[in-house]
Design a protein around this ligand. Sequence first.
Ligand SMILES: C/C(=C\C(=O)SCCNC(=O)CCNC(=O)[C@H](O)C(C)(C)COP(=O)(O)OP(=O)(O)OC[C@H]1O[C@@H](n2cnc3c(N)ncnc32)[C@H](O)[C@@H]1OP(=O)(O)O)CC(=O)O
Length: 264
Amino acid sequence: MSSAAHLDIDSRGLATLTLNRPDVHNAFDDQLIALLIDLITQARDDPRTRLLLLSSTGKSFSAGADLAWMRRMADASREDNLRDARKLALLMETLNGFPAPTLAKVQGAVMGGGVGLVSCCDIVVASEAAFFALSEVKLGLAPAAISPYVIAKMGVSQARRFFVSGERFSAVRAAAIGLVHEVVLASELDGKVLQLIDTLLANGPQAMRAAKQLVQVANPLEVTPALSEYTAGVIADLRASDEGREGLRAFLEKGTPSWVAGNR
Ligand SMILES: C/C(=C\C(=O)SCCNC(=O)CCNC(=O)[C@H](O)C(C)(C)COP(=O)(O)OP(=O)(O)OC[C@H]1O[C@@H](n2cnc3c(N)ncnc32)[C@H](O)[C@@H]1OP(=O)(O)O)CC(=O)O
């Protein structure tokens, strides 16, 4: 059985981390989250690594959290649910804190946690056919663990709209709001990324790490333990709520959710 993600580090110091669950648009469950944390940590600790490329197999970059996993956790004890919810926050923290430059190559769907992943990368190149959404609210969920990183990337004003609307937006719009750095024709995506890799690998490796750190120190993103605990609690509670169960049921049964009337 092929692995749900794999890491390759070449002789130039390019570490390529590939999401590999194309049958579910590279949605990530708890096992894949654990594997990704492990592989990012391996890449971070490997002295050869000068650059991390995040890529994916199949039509889509990532459809975010695996909704079958989300649904399973709804039935877990509150303690297990909360413990589980912390894993996604740890993945975002690990990727965001990667010391060398990170580059994401995206195509197809980039949704929910997929937007979280790209928000944690330094450079994002998208196919013009890619589409984005913080679609959690359509599922009775919310973009919780990913929120600090997404807000830092797209800004508060855009987050206020897209967090509550769940609307899809294009790669061109994603670039306009700062989520993506470059949009290219699908046929030019690989070439553009290879060109950027060459540009980055020609730079001083230590200098790039220092330059990245300068941005982080000058403009710190403070994800405190209290904030992580809060965001984990939000997703743990929502997925176990009647509304979350209904949204997940509807997605998994390919239906339309029927929300309970009321203003809370
Ligand atoms: C991070 C946090 C939360 C989240 O991330 S919540 C998840 C947000 N993601 C979504 O809302 C994406 C849901 N998926 C879709 O809208 C569509 O599937 C698609 C990605 C636009 C692709 O559509 P298309 O019509 O091309 O393909 P299918 O819908 O037939 O999908 C094929 C296959 O894949 C399964 N699948 C798709 N996405 C997921 C998913 N996220 N989880 C599990 N499975 C997924 C789909 O069910 C199909 O399966 P079949 O068995 O083949 O029917 C929380 C926080 O921030 O804390």
